[in-house]
Write a protein that binds this ligand. Structure first.
Ligand code: ATP
Ligand code: MG
Length: 266
């Protein structure tokens, strides 16, 4: 088990999301990479006291990845359930969490349609049975905004799908909240207050460039947590830590851009 991270809830998203899930049952999260969608989904499952059934959707994900398929075991065909069937079989309910669901095969939609609307069930021909969803079976979809090509999915999120979900926008923490969170994380060290402020400001500049498409990645809260720990807990030089972080950028052009942003900030 990994230690559970605290979700800093600046905008009161947790209670809104719980309200939506306990009435509509279906929640969509939209937000840029690293804005906290996955952490929020896990936080919600904990809050609702149900297990989470997560699936990272990708190009290869289709209807049968989610529902399950027949496999051969010692000459016999056995049905191997996919995440959706495991979730529906869970007696205490659960959160079905489909990360980047819009990047999957269009057949994913047909599964989602039947379990998201009033039918609230799915039929599995292999098992000749109908699986029903209870009041404690929640669905959370997540996606990145579709404004930029590398994040747009395999299919247009159709209107029919939109109306079955209530969508919440998840944004990066504000500089104030992020500073406060990171500072608390390292025991409110007075000595490192300035350094943390500078890192937060730098990260925010990378996020601006990311939003306009000049960088393919932003420096996220997760990245800053690592950076601050390396500086405060391990005594590393902050300039070196920034240089190390810059290696996550896939091209030299982007790397130089983020290093230049850092150099400009004194
Ligand atoms: N509100 C927040 N409170 C605490 N930590 C956060 C918050 N938002 C982001 N983080 C940190 O950033 C990391 C990345 O967040 P997460 O993986 O949830 O983002 P995501 O929106 O799911 O990104 P992606 O779209 O790439 O999947 C988290 O592990 C956490 O350390
Ligand atoms: Mg995620």
């Amino acid at each position: 088990m990994v230690e559970f991270e605290e979700f800093v809830d600046e905008k009161g998203l947790v209670s809104e999301a719980v309200n939506i899930l306990t009435t509509a049952g279906n929640l969509g999260l939209i937000g840029y990479t690293g804005s906290g969608k996955t952490l929020l989904a896990y936080t919600l499952a904990r809050r609702l006291k149900v297990p989470i059934f997560p699936e990272q959707v990708c190009r290869d994900t289709d209807k049968w990845t989610l529902l399950g398929h027949d496999i051969l075991v010692g000459g016999n065909t056995v049905f191997r359930p996919g995440i959706v069937v495991k979730w529906l079989q869970s007696e205490k309910g659960g959160v079905l969490y489909l990360d980047e669901w819009n990047t999957g095969d269009p057949s994913v939609l047909s599964v989602l349609n039947s379990i998201s609307d009033w039918r609230r069930s799915v039929y599995i021909p292999e098992l000749d049975s109908e699986f029903k969803r209870s009041e404690r079976h929640f669905i959370i979809l997540s996606m990145n905004p579709e404004t930029r090509s590398e994040y747009s999915g395999r299919f247009q999120v159709d209107i029919a799908q939109r109306r079955r979900y209530v969508w919440l926008w998840v944004d990066y923490l504000s500089p104030n909240a992020e500073r406060e969170y990171l500072w608390k994380l390292v025991g409110k060290s007075q000595e490192h207050k300035k350094c943390i402020s500078k890192l937060v400001e730098w990260a925010n500049r990378t996020r601006e460039l990311y939003k306009v498409g000049e960088l393919r990645l932003p420096v996220t809260t997760g990245n800053l947590k690592d950076a601050v720990r390396l500086v405060v807990e391990k005594g590393m030089d902050v300039n070196r830590v920034v240089e190390i972080l810059s290696y996550m950028y896939p091209t030299e052009v982007e790397r130089e851009k983020v290093l230049a942003l850092w150099a400009k900030m004194e």
